[in-house]
Design a protein around this ligand. Structure first.
Ligand SMILES: [Fe+2]
Length: 246
């Protein structure tokens, strides 16, 4: 949504984009959980099963007649890439709807900066580099720039460790420079300090964030898990309440 606001999308279309973003992975509830959560390398067949979630999502949403077909297309197109290297159809450039391109950028950042069963999360600025590496080939340039401007790469309140060992929390943002925020230092040499102070990463370019100390699971994976649990519960006619989010 923040990217859409940055791109001056009107309110009516923001509602569609927002719903598309929330539901973009809804098709994963039809992918077997053991495949979705497999810790090791996927076989070709398992990867094909996962890829089907875009198609499943499209068909699930398009049958809800109160929802715009564009929302269904967000689910259908969020893994398509500008150069045609995406899936499920391998469409390219302007064949991909603008909203599909926006959700692709947000989804890739979310995916690479979240812990997965098969790999650890990248740091947010590393996630941004993944996007930059794909600009013009996989991701739209203007959308990626809007993402950088609109999204706090290191959000306020996040606990971080710097390359000199000091620990603190992100206290405020430097506008337009989301990867170099202000840090309130709380710990030095492994000891809690009595008088916390601020360090501006944009004025101290030798300092880098080396670790994010908050473990987080991506919002989208939590939502997918919720849908999957709900769907399994309904299909099984289970008497047990479906598992709570962890
Ligand atoms: Fe997806």
């Amino acid at each position: 949504m923040a990217i859409g606001v940055e791109l001056n999308i009107n309110v009516k279309n923001l509602e569609i984009l927002g719903l598309g973003a929330i539901l973009h992975d809804v098709g994963k509830m039809l992918v077997p959980l053991e495949v979705l959560r497999k810790p090791g390398k996927l076989t070709e067949k398992e990867f094909e099963q996962i890829q089907k979630h875009a198609d499943y999502g499209f068909h699930l949403i398009k049958n809800v007649h109160t929802v715009s077909l564009l929302v269904a297309n967000c689910a259908y197109q969020h893994h398509e890439r500008l150069d045609g290297s995406g899936y499920p159809r391998g469409i390219k450039g302007d064949e991909i709807h603008y909203f599909g391109k926006i959700i692709a950028v947000a989804d890739v950042f979310d995916a690479v900066t979240s812990n997965r069963v098969y790999r650890k999360a990248m740091l947010p600025h590393q996630g941004l580099e993944v996007l930059y590496a794909g600009v013009g080939k996989k991701f739209d340039n203007a959308i990626t720039e809007a993402f950088r401007r609109a999204v706090a790469i290191y959000p306020n309140g996040l606990s971080v460790e710097l390359n000199d060992g000091r620990k603190g929390v992100v206290s405020s943002q430097n506008e337009g420079i989301g990867d170099r925020p202000m840090i309130r230092i709380l710990e030095e040499d492994g000891e809690r300090i009595k008088e916390p102070y601020e360090v501006d990463l944009n004025k101290n370019l030798h300092l880098l964030i080396m670790k994010c100390l908050d473990t987080r699971t991506s919002l989208t994976s939590r939502i997918s898990w919720l849908f999957h649990s709900l769907f399994s519960f309904m299909m099984a006619g289970a008497t047990e309440p479906f598992p709570l989010l962890k």
